[in-house]
Structure formats: C-alpha cells, structure tokens
Ligand binder design. Structure first.
Ligand code: T4K
Length: 391
C-alpha cells in the first residue's frame, strides 16, 4: 500500500491507487467452507434440493430460536418476502413508507398496485418520523411499513400507537436489522411481521435469501401457502400463490453462517470503533452511532458530511473511488426521486426535507470480515487529508 503524505499522493492527482483490488461495501462474510461443503455433499447424496427441505426447516428453527420469535418463513430473497408479507396482511390502497430506503421497499408495494406514500424520516436515526406519518394518513391508508435502516430500530412504539389509533397494519422492513434488538427484545418480534434479507451483501447471507418472521401463527400459515404456489398438500391449490421458496443450498449457507454470526458481529463492532477512533479529529464528518444498550450488528458504517465540512460528500466519494475504495451513497437520491416514482409523484420531495438532506450527505464505508483496523486507518487517512489538508 502506498504512503500518503501530501495531495500529490492522492490517486485523483495521478498517483497510484491505495488498493490494487477494489475494496467494496457489502463484501460477503463467509463461514466455515468445509462445513458448507459437507452440507452440499449431504444435499447431493439425499437428492433433495428445494421445496421445504431439511436444511430450510433447520434454518427456520434456528432463526426462531435466535430471535425468540414464534415463526420464521424462509424465502428466496427479501423482496419476495416483503411482497408476500404485504399480501398476507391484506394491505391495499395506500401504504406509508419512508422514501429513504432501498428501492425494494417501495417496489414491493407498487408491484402489487399499492401506492407507496413516501414519508419523511427523523434525521437523527434515518427511520420514519411518527409526526410525519400522522400527516400522510388518508382514508385510503391501510398500513405502515417502517424500515429499521442501518439496523437502527424505527420508533416502534409510536408507530404502533398510530397504527392502533387509525386501525392500520404495521409491519417492518428489517432487511438491515437481523441480530439487532429494541429495548432488549430482538427485532423480528414487532408489528404484525418483520422482513429480513439474507442477500450476499448482508452481514448474514444465504447467497440470496430472506424471511418473514412473525408471532402470528395464522399469518405464518398464510405466507407458507403463498410461498409455495398456494399448495395445501399434494394436488390441492387453495390460493393463487407464487414461488418464494428458499433452496437447500441457500439454507446450508445460512446454517454455516449462523454458526459464525457472533464472530462476524464482533469484526463489524471492532471496525466500527476503529472508524470512530480515526474520525475523532475530522471535523464536519459524523459517524451514525449505535445504542450500546442494545444488540447491534454494526453491518453499515454510515458517515454524514455536514455543511460545515470544507469538502463535499461527492468530492469525498470521488477521491475514495480513485483509491479503489468503492464507498456507496446509499440511499441517494431517495425512492421518490427514482424514475418510476418521480413520474408518479413529481412533487413528493416537498414533504421530504429530511430525506433530501440526509440522502445528500451520507457515505457508507466498507466493513465486515475482509476489513481490519489497518485498512480503516488508510481509508480515513484519505478523508482526513482531503478535509484537513494534512494528516
Ligand atoms: N429492504 C432493504 C432496506 C434493503 O436494503 C434490501 C436490499 C431489500 C429490502 C431487499 O432485499 P433482497 O431482495 O436484496 O434480499 C445491494 C443488495 O443487492 C441489496 O440486497 C441490498 N438491500 C442493498 C442495500 O445493496 P446494490 O444495488 O447496491 O448491489 P450491488 O450489486 O451494487 O452490490 C453492492 C456491493 O456489494 C458492491 O460494492 C459489490 C459488493 N458485492 C456484491 C455481491 C452481490 C460483493 O462484494 N460480492 C457479492 O457477491 O444492492
């Protein structure tokens, strides 16, 4: 790795990049390979590859134990899991969602001819602002989908109060919040249902995958039907379902990665504190913090570049990218500014001032088991040089 001393040493000024290979946000964490291959051999020997096989059943059971929740319905990915949960809850008309989320949250509604009503966030934790939610309720509203963005719990109790007051169904997109808790209880136990993503880029992955977890047995039963074309026993279809099943090889990856989950969280935690330490002397940049009273997965390291910072968010990204540090500006520019929704609701941004501001200031940095304190020191050195003009 090159030594960084002055501006001339930066790759944007013609020097060689800090890293020879791209350093990605969202590098998968991979558990014990031998254990994975043993599962794969078992799977091939048994000739059972999908359709509620034993690995899927094991994984569902272990997730219910890990979260202390009654039901886990594993799915092929988080987006289908969202769609199925939305359908099983009977949501229709308008549903309140944050605009500041991954596009799948909005698409899961729009795909089913439900209008996503983009609602502003609390700028402190980037999750739905309950006061803004109240303002967006109309006679057509049937539900609220809170997103525990970055693993930060939504204002769960306030949202539940609003849902109860207006007779709305509350569910959560907990794609980022596997392994996190709220007031000592694991995320997965709140609202009518919570949706997890186990995509490759998540700190816990099944290649592609996801799940809906719920304490409502009837809802879980309905989702199991929907996940499997509506089959209720052989040759008997009682619902127009879809194919949301998780494969056995995906579940095997999940079982292996579940064994490694504490180690991964520890690596993320240690990286988070290394970043905190390194950023201590860099003014104008703040690191989104976690509540240490709770369990956190620390899978997203999020910095916010303030107006006081002498360089812009985009300058920081450009400089880091040149060094082969592929940071992301998730979830810029907000769902409401993406073409399908911009065309439908061209003025939505007027009611989303916090969303616009947060989306314009965020940078997500690399973490996970492939990153360590030495790499973090190099990443922050680039930012420090840019912001302070010296190291
Ligand atoms: N709700 C929320 C709040 C979500 O964040 C997501 C997914 C969902 C719902 C839907 O869940 P899924 O249907 O995906 O299960 C990535 C992920 O594809 C997506 O799962 C995730 N959120 C989102 C935040 O990030 P992109 O468009 O950024 O993907 P991409 O291809 O740019 O890859 C991201 C980074 O990861 C890159 O730096 C490359 C790196 N990467 C990726 C893969 C697949 C690797 O290093 N190795 C890999 O195998 O969406």
């Amino acid at each position: 790795m090159k030594e960084l001393r002055t501006f001339e040493d930066l790759a944007i000024n013609g020097a060689k990049p800090m890293f020879d290979e791209p350093l990605h946000v969202g590098r998968p964490n991979i558990g014990d390979r031998d254990a994975f291959f043993a599962y794969a051999n078992d799977m091939f020997d048994s000739c059972w590859l999908s359709n509620n096989g034993k690995f899927v059943q094991d994984l569902e059971k272990r997730i219910t134990q890990y979260l202390g929740v009654k039901n886990c319905v594993a799915m092929c990915n988080g987006t289908i899991a969202l769609e199925i949960a939305i359908r099983a809850l009977g949501l229709e008309g308008e549903v309140i969602v944050p605009s500041y989320t991954f596009i799948a949250t909005a698409h899961a509604l729009h795909w089913q001819a439900i209008t996503p009503v983009f609602t502003d966030i609390n700028p402190l934790n980037h999750t739905l602002d309950p006061d803004a939610v109240r303002q967006m309720i109309t006679p057509k509203t049937t539900g609220i989908i809170g997103v525990h963005l970055w693993g930060q719990p939504s204002a769960i109790e306030n949202l539940q109060d609003i849902a109860d007051e207006y007779g709305l169904k509350l569910m959560f997109d907990a794609a980022h919040a596997f392994g996190c808790s709220y007031k000592g209880k694991m995320i997965g136990n709140f609202g009518k249902a919570e949706v997890l993503s186990f995509h490759a880029t998540k700190f816990f992955n099944t290649f592609e995958g996801g799940a809906v977890v719920t304490n409502d047995d009837n809802l879980a039963e309905a989702m199991r039907l929907m996940r499997n074309f509506g089959f209720s026993g052989m040759d008997n279809v009682i619902y127009p379902g879809t194919n949301g099943k998780m494969s056995e090889i995906a579940a095997a990856m999940g079982l292996v990665n579940l064994d490694a989950i504490d180690k991964v969280i520890e690596a993320n935690r240690s990286n988070y504190y290394a970043y905190q330490n390194e950023f201590a002397d860099v003014n104008g940049i703040s690191l989104l913090s976690f509540d240490e009273q709770e369990q956190n997965n620390y899978q997203y390291v999020v910095i916010e570049v303030s107006d006081e910072c002498p360089v812009s968010r985009d300058q920081i990204i450009e400089t880091l990218n040149a060094e082969n540090i592929r940071v992301r500006k998730y979830f810029w520019p907000g769902c409401h500014n993406m073409k399908p929704y911009r065309d439908l609701f061209p003025h939505a941004g007027l009611l989303l001032p916090n969303t616009q501001k947060v989306a314009d200031g965020v940078v997500v940095l690399p973490t996970g088991t492939t990153v360590d304190t030495a790499i973090i020191a190099k990443i922050v050195a680039v930012i420090r040089l840019l912001v302070k003009g010296k190291l």
